[in-house]
Design a protein around this ligand. Structure first.
Ligand code: NDP
Length: 258
């Protein structure tokens, strides 16, 4: 079998959190195109259903929508059980739901800080553990977390200490779980995108005005596209990445190189 065939995900089942739109929608489409059945997991069930229908129509795969607030333990456990029962198992997941709130540190309220940490870090912990428990008990699996280049550098000019701290936490959580589960066939990796054109950036009142500044700073002179994260995630979900665990993949057009 050639390398491209080996990279396919035929017969695999997985979920994507924050899968209704943006980066998650794009990777969910890629997983389905590669042959997997996929659950679109999102707090916005209307958008998740539309996305699931669109991807299923485009790929012919089984794609379901499951409502879940990834910060609520009971909802995450229920979501995982629904995915396993509807799709017939769980081989991989892309834990990706996240938000950004910008405020100078001295003006940031504890509620703002907590909201960012709760979705971006606690939510990843909950979804990693729920998926990990199933995978540990059923022969293994692959977990992909969305971190960010903000887990490596401090973005400027916008002040976003909670976001940066949450993403650094995701990278270290990823490595910790990878070590704990390495000999039990559960792999855990993260991706760290640079600025990507999604609702989070293009339609945010606070971030949108900064795009031209970011583009000036960016070695490639532009934002990344969600599709430019697809191949790394298909690789991580599948069986050609069996020696890859505890790794963080910076996909940022060299933004963090200087
Ligand atoms: P989007 O805002 O476009 O999509 C995020 C999705 O997650 C939305 O559908 C959102 O629903 C959903 N969501 C938010 N909170 C929860 C929750 N508690 N439980 C379940 N779903 C939730 O974001 P992106 O696609 O841009 O970002 C995806 C991930 O990538 C995030 O973790 C982000 O931090 C990270 N990232 C993004 C970069 C970028 O430049 N865009 C760069 C680096 C990392 P709703 O619409 O209802 O809020």
């Amino acid at each position: 079998m050639g390398i491209i065939e080996k990279m396919r995900l035929d017969g695999k089942k997985g979920f994507v959190t924050g899968g209704a739109r943006g980066i998650g929608k794009s990777t969910a489409a890629a997983f389905a195109e590669a042959g997997a059945d996929v659950a679109i997991v999102d707090i916005d069930i209307c958008e998740a259903k539309k996305t699931a229908e669109e991807i299923s129509a485009g790929t012919g795969r089984k794609v379901i929508a499951v409502e879940c607030d990834c910060t609520v333990p009971e909802q995450v456990d229920r979501m995982t059980a629904v995915v396993v029962s509807e799709l017939g198992g769980l081989d991989f997941c892309h834990n990706n739901a996240g938000i950004c709130i910008n405020a100078p540190a001295e003006e940031m309220t504890f509620e703002q800080w907590y909201k960012v940490i709760n979705i971006n870090l606690n939510g990843i912990f909950l979804t990693d553990i729920a998926a990990g428990k199933y995978m540990l008990a059923h022969g293994g699996g692959s977990i992909i977390n969305t971190a960010s280049m903000s887990g490596h550098i401090v973005n400027v000019p916008q002040p976003q200490c909670a976001y940066n701290a949450s993403k650094a936490g995701v990278i270290q959580l990823t490595k910790s779980l990878a070590i704990e589960w390495a000999r039990r066939n559960v792999r855990v990796n993260s991706i760290s995108p640079g600025y990507i054109g999604t609702e989070l950036t293009l339609n945010s009142d606070s971030l949108k005005p900064l795009i031209s500044k970011w583009n000036e700073m960016a070695p490639l002179g532009r934002l990344g596209k969600p599709e430019e994260l697809q191949s790394i995630c298909v690789y991580l979900a599948g069986d050609t990445s069996t020696f890859t665990t505890g790794a963080d993949f910076i996909v940022d057009g060299a933004f963090t190189c200087f």
